[in-house]
Design a protein around this ligand. Structure first.
Ligand code: ADP
Length: 262
C-alpha cells in the first residue's frame, strides 16, 4: 500500500509538474510576444515623427543664410542625433521582426544561394576594407543553398563582416569562410582585430551591450549582434563566438542546408 501510494504521489507530482510547467510557460510566452509587438509598434510609430523632423532639418540646411552660424552648428548636431535615433528605431524594428516566430513555410522565405549573397556583400564592403588597408578574403568550397528571408540573411552577415572590419585596425585581416558540414553550412567570419575579453564574451549578444560603454555616439546602435543572433535563431541556426583580446575574433554561423536547388 505504501509503495502504491508513493507511486501515485510521484505520478501526481510528475503530472502536476508537467501541467504546472505548461501553464507557467504560456503566460511568459504571451508576455514575451506582447513585449515584441510593443517594440515593433513603438518603433514603427516613431518613424513618422522622425521623418517630419528630418524634413524640417533638410529645409533649414538648404537655407543656411537665414540663420546665424551658431544656429547652423546646432542644426548639424540635431541632424546627427536624428540620424542616430533613426538607426536605433530601424534596428529595433528589424530586431522585433526578426524575433517573430517563423516556420519553414514562411511566405517571405525563398531558396538562397549563400555563396552569391556573401560574394555580393564582400564586393560591397571591399572599399571600406581598402580604405582601412585591411585584407578582406573570401574562401568558399561548395555551392550552398539555404531557405530563408534574403533581407534578414543579408543583414546577419553584413553586421558580422562590418563589425569585423570596424574592430580591426590598419593592415589587419578579415577572412570569411564557408564550409559545408553534414546538413549544415558553417560561415566563419574571422578577424585579427581588437578581440573581446573572456569575461565579456557571454554578453556580446545582449541588446545595447558594448565593450566600450562610452561609445554611445559611435554610429552603431549596440543592437547589431542581437539582430544577427535573432536572425540565426529564426532560421533554425545558431551563432557562436570565440575571441582572444588583442589577437582577434571569430563569429561562426551555422544554418541548415536546403537539399534541393529550386
Ligand atoms: P555595435 O553597434 O556597438 O557595433 P554590436 O551589437 O554589433 O553593436 O556589437 C556589440 C559590441 O561587441 C561592440 O560594441 C563591440 O564592443 C563588440 N564587438 C562586436 N564585434 C566585434 C569584433 N569583430 N571584434 C571585437 N569586438 C566586437
Amino acid at each position: 500500500i505504501l509503495s502504491l501510494s508513493a507511486i501515485a504521489a510521484f505520478t501526481l507530482a510528475a503530472v502536476g509538474g508537467y501541467f504546472l510547467t505548461d501553464t507557467a510557460v504560456k503566460p511568459i510566452e504571451e508576455a514575451y510576444d506582447k513585449q515584441q509587438q510593443f517594440t515593433a509598434d513603438a518603433s514603427h510609430e516613431l518613424r513618422g515623427p522622425l521623418t517630419a523632423i528630418k524634413a524640417s532639418i533638410d529645409i533649414m540646411r538648404r537655407h543656411p543664410e537665414r540663420f546665424q552660424e551658431k544656429d547652423n552648428r546646432k542644426v548639424g548636431a540635431i541632424a546627427n542625433a536624428t540620424e542616430q535615433m533613426t538607426r536605433l528605431v530601424e534596428d529595433l524594428l528589424f530586431l522585433a521582426r526578426a524575433e517573430k516566430k517563423t516556420t519553414k513555410s514562411n511566405p517571405e522565405y525563398s531558396s538562397i544561394c549563400l555563396n552569391d549573397l556573401l560574394q555580393k556583400l564582400i564586393d560591397l564592403l571591399e572599399p571600406l576594407a581598402a580604405e582601412k588597408n585591411i585584407t578582406l578574403n573570401y574562401q568558399v568550397f561548395d555551392e550552398v543553398f539555404v531557405m530563408g528571408n534574403p533581407d534578414q540573411l543579408n543583414r546577419l552577415f553584413s553586421n558580422l563582416i562590418y563589425n569585423a572590419l570596424n574592430y580591426t585596425s590598419e593592415k589587419g585581416l578579415v577572412l570569411v569562410r564557408l564550409v559545408q558540414h553534414n546538413q549544415l553550412v558553417k560561415v566563419a567570419i574571422e578577424d585579427t582585430g581588437v578581440g573581446i575579453a573572456e569575461e565579456d564574451l557571454p554578453h556580446v549578444f545582449d541588446r545595447f551591450w558594448r565593450v566600450d560603454k562610452a561609445r554611445h555616439n559611435s554610429g552603431g546602435t549596440g543592437l547589431g549582434l542581437s539582430i544577427a543572433q535573432a536572425i540565426a535563431y529564426s532560421h533554425q541556426g545558431k551563432i557562436t563566438v570565440k575571441s582572444k583580446l588583442g589577437i582577434g575574433t571569430c563569429f561562426q554561423v551555422s544554418l541548415p542546408i536546403l537539399n534541393h536547388k529550386e
